[in-house]
Design a protein around this ligand. Sequence first.
Ligand code: SIN
Length: 327
Amino acid sequence: MKIVTFYFVILKEDLMVSTATKVGNFTFDNCLMNAAGVYCMTKEELAEVEASAAGSFVTKTGTLEARPGNPEPRYVNVPLGSINSMGLPNNGFEYYLDYVIELQNQPNTKNHFLSVVGLSPEETHTILKKVQKSDYEGLVELNLSCPNVPGKPQIAYDFETTTDILTEVFSYFTKPLGVKLPPYFDIVHFDQAAAVFNQFPLVFVNCVNSIGNGLYIEDESVVIKPKNGFGGIGGDYIKPTALANVHAFYQRLKPEIQIIGTGGVKSGRDAFEHILCGASMVQVGTALQKEGVTIFDRITKELKEIMAKKGYETLEDFRGKLHYIDR
Ligand code: SIN
């Protein structure tokens, strides 16, 4: 029998602190989950996240066919984060689709996110049409932001292609869909990207994927093999960029589009900051890879302690309420 854990604590006086959240019509007992790429390649890894204190999981981004990805070494933890050029290794989207359908039919299951992308717009449509026809009733994340497939630029940096893909997708796709975004670095790009996403019935945007194409050097050498060492940067390095993207989109997107915050989360304080910037759900990537699934217990406890100290009982009490300096 599955034990369902409800994440609330009674800390001081009568304060009931809960990290429960909602994305679209889906409820989650906890706002923390894995980021796509970490603990999600196989059913066994996904089952570990499912059994942990995380409120949900997202699958590894599935492509039309299974892919071995780039040659190793392709992921390296470094003191302030990580660098990777995985190249979308995955078991094919149907492997992940079958698993989320299998789980959705079980009692007391969590709600899940299925991550997908094609290597071309045609492949993306083939995948999404199959998901549309399937029995899957959960959330779908279209990954517009993988920086690591040689010869394939990050889709979401090309606003015209992004608009074309989403226009076509929403001509046939009626299930709840969000997009995983790369970080943007310019206020004009926040404005332009938000103007694109606001045209569509997206349920969420997920900010951010790794900062693409960094270089990490030890002695005189790069540390990963693909692309002569260029790879996506995660961890501490990217938290300020991630927070800026979460908040920029929180300020610009229509209220129906919620934000998932990803980037540099390794403590309750980091999760708190993402929510303060506007995140409804918070994903853990590099730190989960380093610490394992027990990290969800620790971050949840730390987040609740911060909330209790500040007198917040729910995420709504502080979501998006970042203070500015007005003088
Ligand atoms: C990868 O598989 O290269 C990472 C996936 C991503 O960044 O979207």
